[in-house]
Design a binder for this molecule. Structure first.
Ligand SMILES: [Zn+2]
Length: 282
């Protein structure tokens, strides 16, 4: 079985209950330090059953994620990196981000979020009693008050605002690295996604937008966002930056862009889509 020949984006079927007919399995090992990675491997890969046996890791929880070509895929939480396996190291999802295929990035994001959810809901947030994992779905249930806890997803909007040939890009005060990106923010309780787009743009840069068009979505597991991407057109107002969030924001001609996010992030897709459409129309 060659991991790198499996086409996850087509063949992966998610699930909660392991399939009894699957004989082979692959294992994603997660510690607080990140994902287990064999030193010298050019690309990250999960470990197989034999390696798993040989590694003899102390697993705190095990989660079936789904299968591909009758091969079961599991995530294992081992809490902390073991000291006695010098040929392996641990890499965070951030460290792996630029070297993973999109579908592997999504699988590792799924694994990370499920392990985090399991770690963070061992006790009931309502009455403090221990919870137990459900056998039927991805939930942990309180043994006393019966409250159920599911992995949390936080919907977020991300929007490329354009004015003619220009794109509005901003540098976030907390951004990693020196680059400009499209505007983004979390959806609030009681708000539609469209309202969130208008509000975030107004709050962060003080302008009105119009002609909102849905573009695409992307799971973004830092820690649990679901990004909903839009294009929008400038309507009115001058740029007034929110200093707690935005270090700088400017209009850039689509042929003269600063350093922008790469193609693994939806922000990069939005920018590439705009450039392509502008290039075709000239
Ligand atoms: Zn409870």
């Amino acid at each position: 079985m060659d991991w790198h020949s499996l086409n996850l984006s087509v063949g992966f079927k998610s699930g909660v209950i392991p399939r009894s007919e699957s004989k082979q399995s692959l294992h994603i090992i997660i510690a607080k330090e990140g994902f287990l990675h064999k030193k010298g491997d050019r690309h990250w890969r999960p470990v197989n059953k034999t390696e798993m046996h040989w590694l003899d890791l102390e697993t705190h929880s095990e989660h079936y994620l789904g299968h591909i070509d009758n091969i079961s895929i599991y995530a294992h939480d081992i809490h902390s990196a073991p000291k006695n396996h010098e040929e392996y190291e641990f890499k965070s999802l951030w460290q792996l981000l630029n070297e993973l295929d999109q579908s592997v990035f999504y699988l590792l994001g799924r694994a990370q979020q499920i392990v985090d959810w399991n770690r963070n809901h061992r006790f009931c947030g309502k009455c403090g009693v221990r919870t137990v994992a459900s056998e039927f779905d991805r939930s942990r249930k309180c043994t006393t008050c019966k409250e159920a806890f599911y992995p949390r997803l936080s919907p977020s909007i991300i929007v490329l605002v354009h004015r003619g040939d220009d794109i509005l890009l901003a540098k976030n005060v907390n951004s990693r690295g020196n680059f400009y990106s499209t505007l983004a923010g979390f959806v609030e309780p009681g708000e539609t996604i469209e309202e969130a787009v208008h509000r975030e743009v107004m709050e962060e840069v003080g302008i009105r937008i119009k002609n909102l068009k849905y573009f695409s979505s992307q799971p973004w597991p830092f820690p649990n966002s679901l990004m909903l991407g839009f294009h929008a057109e400038y309507d009115s107002g001058n740029l007034i930056l929110q200093p707690e969030e935005i270090a700088d924001a400017q209009w850039f001609h689509y042929t003269k862009l600063p350093n922008t996010p790469n193609q693994i992030a939806i922000s990069g897709w939005l920018i590439a889509d705009f450039i392509e459409r502008m290039s075709q129309s000239t």
